[in-house]
Design a protein around this ligand. Sequence first.
Ligand code: GLA
Length: 387
Amino acid sequence: MELNRRTVIASAAAAGLAATTLGGTAEATPAGSSKGRKPVKELFGTLADGTKVHRWSLENGGTRLKVLSYGGIVQSLEIPDRRGRYANVSAGFDNLDDYVASSPYFGALIGRYGNRIGKGQFTLDGKSYQLSVNDGDNSLHGGAKGFDKRVWDVEPFTDSSGVGLHLHYTSVDGEMGYPGTLKVKVTYTLTRHGDWIIDYEATTDKATVVNLTSHVYWNLGGEGSGTIEDHELQIAATRYTPTDSGLIPTGELAKVAGTPFDFRHSKPIGRDIRAGHEQQVMAKGFDHNWVLDKGITAKPEHAATLRDPSSGRSLKIATNEPGLQFYSGNFLDGTLTGTSGRVYRQGDALCLETQHFPDAPNHPSFPSTVLRPGQVYRTRTVHTFGS
Ligand code: GLA
């Protein structure tokens, strides 16, 4: 940690930025302008095998983003409240060791398959595949060593679309049990309006399945500020995918009407979270895939709005994906200490993961997640912030 801090201060000084110490970590402080600035790279830590992990800081349109080469993790995302006061609205850690040892996917890129595949098994073109199983009987978020635990090649850019990073990772044939060499490129862009756009791209050399997403844990009051139960959420979905006790979809597309799953009109997350619906009891809250009414769209369309009435901060999500996993931070249990030194308890942050449906490879009626050689997997999710 000490070594890390010195290195960070040195690299910040070299980059001509002020170095400050916040809650035990040093960071390069942007000059405070809301203009785009070139991404700045600093050392964040070193993995056990000696690989160096860097943190990239970028800013545009009033949004400040910090991204790790490890897992493509959003380590911090700062936006202003209605009075212009900034807070980091993404839960995480202030050091690499905690990310490696105990992260529940904080801020990470998820692949090859976001969410669960039942028993880690599927059949494609008559061939059966056994994936790495890491969640009871099931495979979750790509298996034991998914994209969240890989070091990505990061390439900064500044162009007419904004300021951003290209993240590259090649997943070898057979990795975590998945067929085909998958070449993945994820682009994070901060636009001049302060939107954060994620573009996912992938190609394969054998037929495979892919479902990439991002696992940011939002708390618009600021990470570590307490519960998200007062946040108001709207999801543009008439149906959701009920699950079994292992959180694998049963295949039914159930109506949200008349259930706690009805977020068609904005409501506080806490309003119905204790309703005792059997689906909530199994998931310990909300941890389900909502079937977006818009379906798969050529361009990103509205999926959800999240608003924190006390700070005034808001987040709108648009995507071309057909599904949205809303996870209400049910497994946060007071054992992890977050970026600013406060412990995260159940419901202290929430995820809104744009995706195809969980376990789609085993449900022919769900939109397909199959990618074949010659095809390009391309999806986009746009995060628009307000206050
Ligand atoms: C996803 C899943 C949850 C949980 C979290 C990580 O959102 O749907 O069940 O596994 O990731 O803790």
